[in-house]
Every structure is written in C-alpha cells, then in structure tokens.
Design a binder for this molecule. Structure first.
Ligand code: ADP
Ligand code: MG
Length: 233
C-alpha cells in the first residue's frame, strides 16, 4: 500500500507538486494521468526516494526513506537506465546481489517470464527500446517488491509490447501488489485501472474510481479534456 500525504515539492521557487494526497491499496492499479509538466515524474521520484519534499509518503505504513520501505519498492523509470556493457543476465544478477536476494533462480524465472532467454548474453547498449524496457522491468522485480511504480511505461513501445505491459499490470494486481503508473496518454488507459488521479499544474484536479455502474458520471475522457483544456462542461 502506498500513501502520499500532503506532499509539496518545489524546484527553487517553482511549485511542481502542490500538497498532493492519495492512496493506492494492495491489489490496485492507480494511474497518474496528466499532460507533460503536470508533476507526475516529480511525485514518482519523491515516492521512490530520489527527491527531497515536504509531507509524508508511506509504503505499507513505513516511511519511504527507510531501508525497509526501499526494499518494498520496484521502480521503472521513464528512460531505462541500463549499463552499456553488462549483459541482460548480468543486470539481473547485479540487482539480485545488491538486494541480497537468496533465490538464485529468480534471474532465470524473470528471463523466461519476459521472453528474454535468447537475449541473455546481449549487452545493454545492443538492445532495442522495447528490450531495454523489459530488462528495466525485470530489474525492478528481482527483489519481489510489493509496490511497483512505472513512469510513462508506454512511451516508445510498439503495440505488441504495450499489450504485454497491460497483461503485466493485471498480473501484478492479481499477485496483490500495489501498482502506480503515470501516463499522459489517455487513449492507452482502457479499463485496467482501479483509480485515476488527473493531475494538472502540480495538483490532483480530479479522481475517478473504476466502479461498475458509474454511468451517469462524465467519461474519464471528457473529464480529462475539461480539466486540461479548461473547457466548459
Ligand atoms: P510530468 O512528469 O508530469 O511531465 P514533471 O514532474 O517532470 O512533470 O515536471 C513538473 C514541472 O517541474 C515541469 O514544469 C518541469 O519543467 C519542472 N521540473 C521538473 N524537474 C525539474 C528540475 N530538476 N528543476 C526544475 N524544474 C523541474
Ligand atoms: Mg514525466
């Protein structure tokens, strides 16, 4: 479970996150939807411990800056940050040892799950964007995190890779994990989410829960464009 409570982040005087509060529960997929510059990556970087901020962020009730909490987080950054000269399997092995994961089979399991076994000897710099993304995801899952956070995961992926990614989101949800995904592409959302927070100018402008029977409400798309374009309803 992820709890963000009153988080404010300024870059010098620029207010990038303005008193954000939201929760994503176990077995839930939460979406941060908003145009470029809305503040999505900023709150994600704060959650995973890369930025200083005001407010509180908890992972399963633990301060996100504690070592215990960090062990529970899996983070897939917007741009895969691979080592040019480590092979695919070396990446996983490196992360496994860094987290002191004792299950040596985990590398093999992940390579198989993500259909990377034939790429295991390829180096980071030899991989396509889609393959780099897969390695980045594997690295984030090696230590079996309970909160998995994806920053703009669909970017630059082909339709097949996007389809696979959506299956992964559902799989993680079924495993009871907390999943948080940022995106500016409303057309990729479809119906796999549990809660969407629409972000604009560093704030959460609206929240939608995916509850059956909410038919009299505005569609997510209408709401999104109303907020981002300031159109009248
Ligand atoms: P998003 O991920 O929604 O596109 P970001 O969180 O990356 O938005 O950025 C929010 C705002 O903060 C943008 O206006 C961006 O220019 C600004 N910003 C992001 N990172 C920095 C930084 N390191 N220094 C100054 N301003 C930044
Ligand atoms: Mg971003």
């Amino acid at each position: 479970m992820l709890t963000v409570n009153g988080v404010t982040k300024k870059y010098k005087k620029f207010l990038a996150n303005d008193n954000l509060s939201f929760t994503v529960n176990d077995s839930e997929i939460g979406i941060l939807l908003g145009p470029n510059g809305a503040g999505k990556s900023t709150i994600i970087k704060s959650i995973v411990g890369l930025l200083k901020y005001d407010g509180t962020i908890e992972i399963n009730g633990l301060d996100n800056r504690s070592l215990e909490a960090k062990r529970l987080i899996g983070y897939i950054p917007e741009i895969p940050a691979l080592y040019d000269t480590l092979t695919v399997e070396e990446h996983l092995e490196f992360v496994r040892r860094a987290y002191r994961v004792t299950d040596e089979n985990i590398t093999e399991k992940l390579l198989e799950r993500f259909e990377l076994t034939d790429k295991r000897k390829k180096m980071g710099k030899e991989l396509s964007k889609g393959m780099q993304q897969k390695v980045s995801i594997c690295c984030a899952l090696v230590h079996n995190p309970s909160v998995v956070i994806f920053d703009e995961p669909m970017l630059g992926l082909d339709p097949h890779a996007i389809k696979e990614l959506k299956l992964l989101f559902k799989e993680l949800k079924e495993q009871g994990k907390t999943v948080l995904i940022s995106t500016h592409m409303i057309d990729t959302l479809e119906d796999y989410w549990d809660v969407v927070h629409i972000m604009m100018n560093g704030k959460i402008a609206a929240t939608r829960h995916n509850v059956a029977g909410n038919h009299d409400e505005k569609s997510l798309e209408e709401l999104f464009f109303q907020i981002t374009e300031g159109a009248k309803s």
